[in-house]
Design a protein around this ligand. Sequence first.
Ligand code: SAH
Ligand code: SF4
Length: 389
Amino acid sequence: MEETPVNLHDLTRNELRLLFARWGLATVHAVTVWNRLYLGLATAITEKEMPGLPPRILDRLAAGARLTSPGVALATDSTDGFTRKYLLALEDGRKIETVLMRYSGRVTACVSSQAGCAMGCVFCATGQMGFTRHLAAGEIVAQAVHVARALRAAPSDSIGSSAGSPELRHVLSDKLGERRGDRADQPKAGAAPDRRLRNIVLMGMGEPLHNYDAVMRAVDILRDPAGLALAAERITLSTVGVVPGILRLAREGRPLHLAVSLHAATQEGRAALIPGARRWPLDELMAACRAYSESTGRRIFYEWTLIAGRNDSPEEARQLGRLLRGLPAQVNLIPLNPTVGYEGEPTRAEPVRLFQSVLREEFGLPCTVRQRRGIDISAGCGQLAVNAA
Ligand code: SAH
Ligand code: SF4
């Protein structure tokens, strides 16, 4: 049986070098290919996309490898002026969503790790669609390459053109509340639009720690200093609480930001909202978070989707405060975004403030509220879903 040719985006730089060595080709060509992939942002194995390769090398590459850059099935801009959602078609026809968030001085790609999700969170559109399949590392890498390419092609496009307003910048820094404490990363007034992709959030479709190996391989490729060179501290991985994955991440020590979605501070409360989390009781999850923080010295961001009348009372804020006592933690509150399959309402502004002030004042916990973005195009947290996936 013939093997499927390897997808170039699946390979680390060293693996690409080894592939060339196996083919008996000089390393210098592997270096050229790598540069075309991650500096040139190539999307195909063609002379146009990979200039500088001798024809026989290009032929060998085209025969022995593939580059499965996803096609854009649809690109939609939000009226907020900062958010663009891409519906990307994978090689097998499955579709995923990738979101580009842009404002003065910072561009963030929100990438998917799975087509669908097996965790079944009742309020999440991806959870409502069910699990289709894991994404390969190369399919995760390709999303970042796609966004990087879009930025390079259209540095002055509509996204971000109105991002100079201090008020809007404030809103946006809130949306990525996990970065709040990072002063050096704050947008600067009047800064020129950034043409490079510098930030990735693994918060698109899917549960990244359910697809651990592919996600970490993708992270390693994205971090390669000779490639897209994303700094680990600008990559945030959000998990619903896959305990073995958190412990493995702690052991392997990649210095990413970790966000854990809690939504409830009791096992029963979580099980009702996150059926997939029943496998990992809350006390085990919190023990894993503690172990992670102890071994890495890093604080964790805890996410809490606020649903009116469901998990937004001051008493629930106190339960959360008690749960996080003694842990290096920051809380991100996300008022519920609407999805077709869930009738809950977002918590209104006043109870959100109350919830936040309980955590801040009674427990001394840093706590930010993520502003709603891209809601009109269903690009907000938990709104990503593809009917035909
Ligand atoms: N699977 C991972 C990452 C993707 S979801 C996780 O669950 O953490 C990213 C974030 O969006 C999570 O914190 C999730 O709880 C939140 N979210 C999901 N659906 C939402 C909705 N309808 N409104 C607001 N936030 C939502
Ligand atoms: Fe999956 Fe995260 Fe959505 Fe839950 S919130 S269904 S874990 S993508």
